[in-house]
Ligand binder design. Sequence first.
Ligand SMILES: Cc1ncc(COP(=O)(O)O)c(C=O)c1O
Length: 480
Amino acid sequence: MADHARTELATSPFDAPLEVAARRARDWVRGLPDRPVGARAGLADLRAALDVPLTDEGADPATVVRELADASEPGLVATGSPRYFGFVIGGALPAALAADWLASAWDQNAGLHVGGPAAAVVEEIAGRWVLDLLGLPAGASFGFVTGCQMAHVTALAAARNDVLARAGWDVERQGLVGAPPVRVLAGEARHATLDRALRLLGLGTDAVEPVACGPDGRVRLDALAERLGRPGAAGPTIVCAQVGEVNTGAVDPVAEICDLAHDHGAWVHVDGAFGLWAAASPALRPLVAGVERADSWATDFHKWLNVPYDSGFAACAHPASHRAAMGTRADYLVHAEPDGPRDQMDWNPEFSRRARGFAVYAALRSLGRRGVADLVERCCALARRAAGALARLDGVEVLNDVVLDQVLVGFRDVDAGRVVEEVQRSGECWMSGTTWQGRPAMRISVINWQTGEDDVDRAVAAIEAAVASLTRVSPNRSEP
Ligand SMILES: Cc1ncc(COP(=O)(O)O)c(C=O)c1O
Protein backbone atom coordinates (compact mmCIF):
# COMPACT_ATOMS: atom_id res chain seq x y z
CA MET A 1 0.00 0.00 0.00
CA ALA A 2 1.32 3.44 -0.90
CA ASP A 3 2.30 5.61 2.04
CA HIS A 4 -0.29 8.27 1.32
CA ALA A 5 -3.08 5.64 1.15
CA ARG A 6 -1.99 4.22 4.51
CA THR A 7 -2.09 7.74 5.96
CA GLU A 8 -5.58 8.31 4.64
CA LEU A 9 -6.89 5.10 6.22
CA ALA A 10 -5.23 5.55 9.57
CA THR A 11 -7.08 7.58 12.16
CA SER A 12 -5.29 10.38 13.92
CA PRO A 13 -5.95 11.61 17.46
CA PHE A 14 -6.85 14.92 15.83
CA ASP A 15 -9.69 13.55 13.69
CA ALA A 16 -12.53 13.25 16.16
CA PRO A 17 -12.03 16.53 18.09
CA LEU A 18 -11.50 18.48 14.87
CA GLU A 19 -14.63 16.96 13.35
CA VAL A 20 -16.67 17.96 16.38
CA ALA A 21 -15.15 21.46 16.31
CA ALA A 22 -15.74 21.87 12.57
CA ARG A 23 -19.36 20.74 12.84
CA ARG A 24 -20.09 22.99 15.81
CA ALA A 25 -18.31 25.96 14.26
CA ARG A 26 -20.19 25.52 11.00
CA ASP A 27 -23.52 25.28 12.82
CA TRP A 28 -22.66 28.38 14.82
CA VAL A 29 -21.77 30.60 11.88
CA ARG A 30 -24.63 29.29 9.74
CA GLY A 31 -27.08 30.11 12.49
CA LEU A 32 -25.83 33.65 13.02
CA PRO A 33 -28.54 35.44 11.00
CA ASP A 34 -31.33 33.70 12.92
CA ARG A 35 -30.16 33.04 16.45
CA PRO A 36 -30.94 35.45 19.32
CA VAL A 37 -28.11 37.94 19.42
CA GLY A 38 -27.46 38.21 23.15
CA ALA A 39 -26.22 35.48 25.48
CA ARG A 40 -29.07 33.37 26.82
CA ALA A 41 -27.41 31.83 29.86
CA GLY A 42 -26.81 33.75 33.05
CA LEU A 43 -23.70 33.73 35.17
CA ALA A 44 -24.94 31.01 37.53
CA ASP A 45 -26.01 28.78 34.60
CA LEU A 46 -22.64 29.12 32.96
CA ARG A 47 -20.72 28.39 36.12
CA ALA A 48 -22.87 25.38 36.77
CA ALA A 49 -22.40 24.08 33.23
CA LEU A 50 -18.66 24.67 33.00
CA ASP A 51 -17.43 24.09 36.54
CA VAL A 52 -16.99 20.33 36.29
CA PRO A 53 -14.41 18.52 38.44
CA LEU A 54 -10.91 18.67 36.96
CA THR A 55 -10.18 14.97 36.98
CA ASP A 56 -6.85 13.23 37.49
CA GLU A 57 -7.28 11.10 34.39
CA GLY A 58 -8.42 13.72 31.90
CA ALA A 59 -11.09 13.01 29.32
CA ASP A 60 -11.59 11.97 25.73
CA PRO A 61 -10.64 14.97 23.49
CA ALA A 62 -13.74 14.85 21.26
CA THR A 63 -15.98 14.62 24.33
CA VAL A 64 -14.18 17.58 25.91
CA VAL A 65 -14.73 19.68 22.79
CA ARG A 66 -18.39 18.63 22.47
CA GLU A 67 -19.14 19.33 26.14
CA LEU A 68 -17.27 22.65 25.95
CA ALA A 69 -19.44 23.67 23.00
CA ASP A 70 -22.64 22.46 24.72
CA ALA A 71 -21.86 24.36 27.90
CA SER A 72 -20.54 27.53 26.23
CA GLU A 73 -22.96 28.16 23.41
CA PRO A 74 -25.79 29.45 25.62
CA GLY A 75 -23.30 31.93 27.06
CA LEU A 76 -22.02 33.23 23.74
CA VAL A 77 -23.00 36.56 22.25
CA ALA A 78 -23.60 36.26 18.53
CA THR A 79 -21.18 39.09 17.77
CA GLY A 80 -20.98 37.84 14.18
CA SER A 81 -24.74 38.31 13.76
CA PRO A 82 -25.80 40.82 11.12
CA ARG A 83 -27.82 42.48 13.89
CA TYR A 84 -25.00 42.83 16.39
CA PHE A 85 -24.30 46.57 16.66
CA GLY A 86 -22.46 46.69 20.01
CA PHE A 87 -19.22 48.52 20.80
CA VAL A 88 -17.20 48.40 17.53
CA ILE A 89 -17.08 44.67 16.83
CA GLY A 90 -16.67 43.40 13.31
CA GLY A 91 -17.88 40.03 12.09
CA ALA A 92 -15.64 37.41 10.49
CA LEU A 93 -15.36 36.98 6.75
CA PRO A 94 -15.56 33.33 5.64
CA ALA A 95 -12.07 33.31 4.11
CA ALA A 96 -10.59 35.01 7.15
CA LEU A 97 -12.24 32.58 9.55
CA ALA A 98 -11.09 29.57 7.53
CA ALA A 99 -7.53 30.91 7.29
CA ASP A 100 -7.59 31.52 11.02
CA TRP A 101 -8.45 27.84 11.56
CA LEU A 102 -5.42 26.98 9.48
CA ALA A 103 -3.29 29.35 11.55
CA SER A 104 -4.29 27.29 14.60
CA ALA A 105 -3.67 23.97 12.87
CA TRP A 106 -0.33 25.09 11.47
CA ASP A 107 0.55 26.57 14.88
CA GLN A 108 3.53 28.59 13.70
CA ASN A 109 5.47 30.69 16.14
CA ALA A 110 5.43 33.81 14.01
CA GLY A 111 8.07 35.74 15.92
CA LEU A 112 10.90 34.89 13.59
CA HIS A 113 11.07 34.10 9.90
CA VAL A 114 12.74 30.83 10.79
CA GLY A 115 9.78 29.89 13.02
CA GLY A 116 7.54 29.74 9.94
CA PRO A 117 8.76 31.33 6.73
CA ALA A 118 5.32 31.36 5.11
CA ALA A 119 3.84 33.20 8.10
CA ALA A 120 6.56 35.85 7.84
CA VAL A 121 6.16 36.31 4.10
CA VAL A 122 2.36 36.48 4.35
CA GLU A 123 2.66 39.31 6.89
CA GLU A 124 5.18 41.08 4.72
CA ILE A 125 2.83 40.95 1.74
CA ALA A 126 -0.43 41.62 3.58
CA GLY A 127 1.20 44.54 5.40
CA ARG A 128 2.20 46.12 2.11
CA TRP A 129 -1.33 45.62 0.76
CA VAL A 130 -2.75 47.35 3.83
CA LEU A 131 -0.43 50.35 3.47
CA ASP A 132 -1.47 50.62 -0.15
CA LEU A 133 -5.21 50.26 0.54
CA LEU A 134 -5.11 52.86 3.29
CA GLY A 135 -3.00 55.25 1.22
CA LEU A 136 -0.13 55.18 3.72
CA PRO A 137 3.51 55.57 2.63
CA ALA A 138 4.81 52.45 0.87
CA GLY A 139 8.03 52.63 2.86
CA ALA A 140 6.30 52.61 6.25
CA SER A 141 7.20 49.82 8.65
CA PHE A 142 4.46 47.80 10.31
CA GLY A 143 3.62 45.18 12.87
CA PHE A 144 0.62 42.86 13.15
CA VAL A 145 -0.51 43.12 16.76
CA THR A 146 -3.40 41.93 18.90
CA GLY A 147 -5.50 45.05 18.40
CA CYS A 148 -5.49 48.81 18.39
CA GLN A 149 -4.47 48.92 22.05
CA MET A 150 -1.17 47.23 21.29
CA ALA A 151 -0.89 49.14 18.02
CA HIS A 152 -0.84 52.31 20.14
CA VAL A 153 1.79 50.82 22.42
CA THR A 154 3.93 49.85 19.44
CA ALA A 155 3.56 53.10 17.53
CA LEU A 156 3.91 55.32 20.59
CA ALA A 157 7.04 53.40 21.61
CA ALA A 158 8.47 54.39 18.21
CA ALA A 159 7.30 57.96 18.80
CA ARG A 160 8.86 58.02 22.28
CA ASN A 161 12.12 56.74 20.82
CA ASP A 162 12.13 59.34 18.07
CA VAL A 163 11.18 62.49 19.99
CA LEU A 164 13.61 61.68 22.80
CA ALA A 165 16.43 60.77 20.41
CA ARG A 166 15.98 64.21 18.84
CA ALA A 167 16.46 65.64 22.36
CA GLY A 168 19.68 63.62 22.70
CA TRP A 169 18.18 60.89 24.86
CA ASP A 170 18.34 57.15 24.07
CA VAL A 171 15.22 55.91 25.83
CA GLU A 172 15.81 52.28 24.88
CA ARG A 173 19.10 52.29 26.81
CA GLN A 174 18.59 55.02 29.39
CA GLY A 175 14.93 54.52 30.20
CA LEU A 176 12.77 57.41 31.29
CA VAL A 177 14.32 58.28 34.64
CA GLY A 178 15.98 61.65 34.10
CA ALA A 179 14.70 61.93 30.51
CA PRO A 180 13.39 65.21 29.15
CA PRO A 181 9.61 65.33 29.67
CA VAL A 182 7.48 64.18 26.74
CA ARG A 183 4.28 66.12 26.11
CA VAL A 184 1.34 64.31 24.59
CA LEU A 185 -1.37 66.46 23.06
CA ALA A 186 -4.57 64.52 22.47
CA GLY A 187 -8.23 65.41 22.07
CA GLU A 188 -10.57 65.33 25.04
CA ALA A 189 -12.53 62.69 23.13
CA ARG A 190 -9.53 60.38 22.68
CA HIS A 191 -10.00 56.64 23.20
CA ALA A 192 -9.14 55.12 26.57
CA THR A 193 -6.54 52.84 24.98
CA LEU A 194 -4.34 55.83 24.26
CA ASP A 195 -4.04 56.65 27.95
CA ARG A 196 -3.34 53.01 28.74
CA ALA A 197 -0.60 52.90 26.11
CA LEU A 198 1.00 55.93 27.76
CA ARG A 199 0.81 54.18 31.14
CA LEU A 200 2.44 51.06 29.73
CA LEU A 201 5.17 53.15 28.12
CA GLY A 202 6.02 54.89 31.39
CA LEU A 203 4.98 58.29 30.06
CA GLY A 204 1.97 58.29 32.36
CA THR A 205 -1.39 59.88 31.86
CA ASP A 206 -0.17 63.16 33.38
CA ALA A 207 1.83 63.58 30.16
CA VAL A 208 -1.46 64.16 28.33
CA GLU A 209 -2.51 67.72 27.68
CA PRO A 210 -6.14 67.40 26.63
CA VAL A 211 -7.08 69.42 23.59
CA ALA A 212 -10.61 70.83 23.47
CA CYS A 213 -12.99 69.22 20.98
CA GLY A 214 -16.07 70.44 19.13
CA PRO A 215 -19.57 69.03 19.70
CA ASP A 216 -18.97 65.82 17.69
CA GLY A 217 -15.64 65.08 19.37
CA ARG A 218 -13.32 66.54 16.71
CA VAL A 219 -10.21 68.23 17.95
CA ARG A 220 -10.40 72.03 17.68
CA LEU A 221 -7.48 73.35 15.69
CA ASP A 222 -7.40 76.67 17.54
CA ALA A 223 -7.07 74.77 20.81
CA LEU A 224 -4.29 72.60 19.41
CA ALA A 225 -2.45 75.62 17.97
CA GLU A 226 -2.71 77.38 21.32
CA ARG A 227 -1.26 74.37 23.17
CA LEU A 228 1.55 73.90 20.67
CA GLY A 229 2.46 77.58 20.74
CA ARG A 230 2.59 78.03 24.50
CA PRO A 231 5.80 79.76 25.56
CA GLY A 232 8.37 77.26 26.81
CA ALA A 233 6.40 74.41 25.25
CA ALA A 234 9.13 73.35 22.81
CA GLY A 235 10.56 69.91 23.48
CA PRO A 236 9.68 66.30 22.77
CA THR A 237 6.03 66.34 21.75
CA ILE A 238 3.60 63.77 20.41
CA VAL A 239 0.26 64.86 18.97
CA CYS A 240 -2.46 62.24 18.77
CA ALA A 241 -5.18 62.59 16.16
CA GLN A 242 -8.24 60.40 15.92
CA VAL A 243 -10.04 59.26 12.81
CA GLY A 244 -13.25 57.70 14.06
CA GLU A 245 -14.42 58.69 17.53
CA VAL A 246 -15.89 55.64 19.22
CA ASN A 247 -19.35 57.19 19.81
CA THR A 248 -19.85 59.57 16.91
CA GLY A 249 -17.36 58.35 14.31
CA ALA A 250 -16.07 61.93 14.10
CA VAL A 251 -12.83 62.42 12.22
CA ASP A 252 -10.22 64.95 13.35
CA PRO A 253 -8.94 67.41 10.72
CA VAL A 254 -5.85 65.33 10.31
CA ALA A 255 -4.15 67.24 7.47
CA GLU A 256 -4.25 70.49 9.46
CA ILE A 257 -3.15 68.67 12.60
CA CYS A 258 -0.13 67.28 10.74
CA ASP A 259 0.78 70.74 9.43
CA LEU A 260 0.51 72.37 12.84
CA ALA A 261 2.30 69.60 14.71
CA HIS A 262 5.10 69.24 12.20
CA ASP A 263 5.69 73.01 12.26
CA HIS A 264 6.42 72.51 15.96
CA GLY A 265 8.61 69.46 15.42
CA ALA A 266 6.02 67.12 16.97
CA TRP A 267 5.30 63.53 16.03
CA VAL A 268 1.75 62.81 14.87
CA HIS A 269 0.16 59.52 15.84
CA VAL A 270 -3.24 58.57 14.41
CA ASP A 271 -5.79 56.43 16.22
CA GLY A 272 -7.69 54.95 13.30
CA ALA A 273 -9.03 51.81 14.97
CA PHE A 274 -11.94 51.66 12.56
CA GLY A 275 -12.10 55.08 10.87
CA LEU A 276 -8.81 54.66 9.01
CA TRP A 277 -10.63 52.20 6.75
CA ALA A 278 -12.46 55.16 5.20
CA ALA A 279 -9.20 55.62 3.31
CA ALA A 280 -9.84 52.32 1.49
CA SER A 281 -12.93 53.81 -0.16
CA PRO A 282 -12.44 56.34 -2.95
CA ALA A 283 -15.77 57.89 -1.94
CA LEU A 284 -14.86 58.26 1.73
CA ARG A 285 -11.13 58.94 1.46
CA PRO A 286 -11.59 62.75 1.47
CA LEU A 287 -12.85 62.42 5.07
CA VAL A 288 -9.37 61.37 6.18
CA ALA A 289 -7.40 63.48 3.72
CA GLY A 290 -3.84 64.08 4.85
CA VAL A 291 -3.71 61.02 7.08
CA GLU A 292 -0.70 59.75 5.12
CA ARG A 293 1.31 62.72 6.43
CA ALA A 294 1.25 61.44 10.01
CA ASP A 295 4.21 59.67 11.58
CA SER A 296 2.44 56.59 12.90
CA TRP A 297 -0.94 54.88 12.66
CA ALA A 298 -2.87 52.36 14.68
CA THR A 299 -5.82 50.41 13.34
CA ASP A 300 -7.64 47.11 13.62
CA PHE A 301 -8.31 44.23 11.32
CA HIS A 302 -10.85 42.72 13.73
CA LYS A 303 -13.10 45.74 13.29
CA TRP A 304 -13.80 46.88 9.75
CA LEU A 305 -11.85 44.24 7.88
CA ASN A 306 -13.92 41.56 9.65
CA VAL A 307 -11.00 39.34 10.61
CA PRO A 308 -11.55 37.17 13.71
CA TYR A 309 -10.05 38.36 17.00
CA ASP A 310 -7.43 39.34 17.76
CA SER A 311 -5.88 41.33 15.00
CA GLY A 312 -4.56 44.89 14.77
CA PHE A 313 -1.94 46.86 12.89
CA ALA A 314 0.68 49.44 13.81
CA ALA A 315 2.48 51.34 11.06
CA CYS A 316 5.24 53.87 11.25
CA ALA A 317 6.71 56.34 8.76
CA HIS A 318 10.09 56.08 10.50
CA PRO A 319 11.18 52.44 10.34
CA ALA A 320 14.44 53.08 12.20
CA SER A 321 12.58 54.45 15.25
CA HIS A 322 10.05 51.63 15.06
CA ARG A 323 12.77 49.00 14.94
CA ALA A 324 14.82 50.70 17.66
CA ALA A 325 11.76 50.57 19.92
CA MET A 326 10.74 46.97 19.20
CA GLY A 327 13.77 45.06 17.90
CA THR A 328 15.22 42.35 20.09
CA ARG A 329 18.07 39.83 19.99
CA ALA A 330 18.90 36.58 21.80
CA ASP A 331 21.87 34.27 21.24
CA TYR A 332 19.75 31.14 21.03
CA LEU A 333 17.51 32.54 18.29
CA VAL A 334 18.10 32.51 14.56
CA HIS A 335 17.70 36.09 13.40
CA ALA A 336 17.46 37.04 9.76
CA GLU A 337 20.33 38.91 8.12
CA PRO A 338 19.85 42.71 7.92
CA ASP A 339 18.81 42.65 4.27
CA GLY A 340 17.19 39.24 4.53
CA PRO A 341 13.65 38.20 5.33
CA ARG A 342 11.45 39.88 7.91
CA ASP A 343 11.53 38.81 11.55
CA GLN A 344 8.19 39.92 12.96
CA MET A 345 9.50 40.30 16.51
CA ASP A 346 11.56 43.30 15.38
CA TRP A 347 8.33 45.21 14.73
CA ASN A 348 6.05 43.82 17.43
CA PRO A 349 5.87 43.95 21.20
CA GLU A 350 5.53 40.15 21.38
CA PHE A 351 8.24 37.51 21.23
CA SER A 352 6.35 34.27 20.57
CA ARG A 353 3.19 35.07 18.70
CA ARG A 354 0.32 33.76 16.62
CA ALA A 355 0.58 33.87 12.83
CA ARG A 356 -2.06 36.59 12.53
CA GLY A 357 -1.19 37.43 8.95
CA PHE A 358 -2.87 34.41 7.39
CA ALA A 359 -6.38 35.60 8.22
CA VAL A 360 -5.63 39.16 7.14
CA TYR A 361 -4.14 37.96 3.86
CA ALA A 362 -7.21 35.79 3.22
CA ALA A 363 -9.62 38.61 4.09
CA LEU A 364 -7.91 41.02 1.72
CA ARG A 365 -7.67 38.54 -1.13
CA SER A 366 -11.25 37.39 -0.78
CA LEU A 367 -12.62 40.95 -0.81
CA GLY A 368 -10.21 42.56 -3.22
CA ARG A 369 -9.84 46.32 -3.34
CA ARG A 370 -13.40 46.90 -4.48
CA GLY A 371 -14.73 44.52 -1.83
CA VAL A 372 -13.00 46.37 1.01
CA ALA A 373 -14.34 49.70 -0.26
CA ASP A 374 -17.84 48.23 -0.69
CA LEU A 375 -17.81 46.82 2.83
CA VAL A 376 -16.91 50.19 4.32
CA GLU A 377 -19.32 52.15 2.13
CA ARG A 378 -22.18 49.70 2.73
CA CYS A 379 -21.80 49.93 6.50
CA CYS A 380 -21.82 53.73 6.32
CA ALA A 381 -24.91 53.73 4.10
CA LEU A 382 -26.66 51.37 6.53
CA ALA A 383 -25.72 53.60 9.46
CA ARG A 384 -27.32 56.52 7.61
CA ARG A 385 -30.41 54.40 6.94
CA ALA A 386 -30.67 53.56 10.64
CA ALA A 387 -30.19 57.21 11.60
CA GLY A 388 -32.82 58.38 9.12
CA ALA A 389 -35.41 55.88 10.34
CA LEU A 390 -34.67 56.53 14.02
CA ALA A 391 -34.89 60.27 13.61
CA ARG A 392 -38.47 59.81 12.36
CA LEU A 393 -39.56 58.02 15.56
CA ASP A 394 -41.33 59.93 18.34
CA GLY A 395 -39.09 60.63 21.29
CA VAL A 396 -35.92 59.51 19.52
CA GLU A 397 -33.07 61.81 18.53
CA VAL A 398 -29.95 61.11 16.52
CA LEU A 399 -27.22 62.96 18.36
CA ASN A 400 -24.40 62.83 15.83
CA ASP A 401 -23.66 63.72 12.29
CA VAL A 402 -23.38 60.21 10.81
CA VAL A 403 -20.08 60.47 8.96
CA LEU A 404 -19.03 56.81 9.23
CA ASP A 405 -20.66 53.71 10.70
CA GLN A 406 -21.59 55.07 14.13
CA VAL A 407 -25.03 56.27 15.13
CA LEU A 408 -25.54 57.87 18.52
CA VAL A 409 -29.12 57.83 19.71
CA GLY A 410 -30.78 59.78 22.50
CA PHE A 411 -34.25 59.29 23.96
CA ARG A 412 -36.43 62.12 25.16
CA ASP A 413 -38.94 60.35 27.40
CA VAL A 414 -37.22 57.19 28.55
CA ASP A 415 -33.85 56.28 29.94
CA ALA A 416 -31.40 55.25 27.19
CA GLY A 417 -29.89 52.54 29.41
CA ARG A 418 -33.32 50.93 29.81
CA VAL A 419 -33.92 51.01 26.06
CA VAL A 420 -30.55 49.34 25.53
CA GLU A 421 -31.41 46.64 28.10
CA GLU A 422 -34.86 46.09 26.61
CA VAL A 423 -33.48 45.74 23.10
CA GLN A 424 -30.77 43.36 24.27
CA ARG A 425 -33.39 41.29 26.10
CA SER A 426 -35.45 40.99 22.92
CA GLY A 427 -32.68 38.97 21.27
CA GLU A 428 -33.52 40.70 18.00
CA CYS A 429 -30.38 42.80 18.01
CA TRP A 430 -27.70 44.04 20.38
CA MET A 431 -26.47 47.56 20.96
CA SER A 432 -24.50 49.08 23.78
CA GLY A 433 -24.94 52.29 25.70
CA THR A 434 -22.72 55.24 26.47
CA THR A 435 -22.74 58.66 28.02
CA TRP A 436 -22.14 61.41 25.50
CA GLN A 437 -21.50 64.88 26.85
CA GLY A 438 -23.28 63.98 30.06
CA ARG A 439 -26.29 62.47 28.32
CA PRO A 440 -27.04 58.72 28.37
CA ALA A 441 -27.29 57.42 24.82
CA MET A 442 -27.39 54.27 22.70
CA ARG A 443 -24.56 53.54 20.29
CA ILE A 444 -25.11 51.69 17.04
CA SER A 445 -22.05 50.46 15.21
CA VAL A 446 -22.65 48.98 11.75
CA ILE A 447 -19.51 47.04 10.95
CA ASN A 448 -20.41 43.54 9.81
CA TRP A 449 -20.16 42.27 6.23
CA GLN A 450 -23.45 40.36 6.66
CA THR A 451 -25.57 43.30 7.76
CA GLY A 452 -28.21 44.32 5.24
CA GLU A 453 -31.08 46.77 5.01
CA ASP A 454 -33.51 44.27 6.47
CA ASP A 455 -31.29 43.87 9.55
CA VAL A 456 -31.20 47.62 10.07
CA ASP A 457 -34.98 47.84 9.66
CA ARG A 458 -35.47 45.04 12.19
CA ALA A 459 -33.16 46.83 14.62
CA VAL A 460 -35.07 50.09 14.24
CA ALA A 461 -38.34 48.21 14.83
CA ALA A 462 -36.87 46.62 17.97
CA ILE A 463 -35.84 50.04 19.28
CA GLU A 464 -39.28 51.44 18.50
CA ALA A 465 -40.94 48.55 20.33
CA ALA A 466 -38.64 48.98 23.34
CA VAL A 467 -39.36 52.70 23.54
CA ALA A 468 -43.10 52.06 23.24
CA SER A 469 -43.11 49.45 26.00
CA LEU A 470 -41.03 51.61 28.32
CA THR A 471 -43.10 54.69 27.60
CA ARG A 472 -46.24 52.74 28.58
CA VAL A 473 -44.78 51.82 31.97
CA SER A 474 -42.58 54.86 32.62
CA PRO A 475 -43.86 57.11 35.40
CA ASN A 476 -41.53 59.85 34.11
CA ARG A 477 -43.11 60.10 30.71
CA SER A 478 -43.83 63.72 29.88
CA GLU A 479 -47.37 63.65 28.50
CA PRO A 480 -48.14 66.00 25.59
C1 LIG B 1 -11.00 54.85 18.32
C2 LIG B 1 -10.59 53.57 18.99
N1 LIG B 1 -9.32 53.39 19.37
C3 LIG B 1 -8.91 52.27 19.96
C4 LIG B 1 -9.76 51.23 20.19
C5 LIG B 1 -9.26 49.99 20.86
O1 LIG B 1 -9.21 48.93 19.95
P1 LIG B 1 -8.88 47.44 20.42
O2 LIG B 1 -10.07 47.04 21.24
O3 LIG B 1 -8.76 46.68 19.16
O4 LIG B 1 -7.63 47.47 21.21
C6 LIG B 1 -11.11 51.36 19.82
C7 LIG B 1 -12.08 50.29 20.09
O5 LIG B 1 -13.23 50.40 19.81
C8 LIG B 1 -11.53 52.55 19.19
O6 LIG B 1 -12.79 52.72 18.77
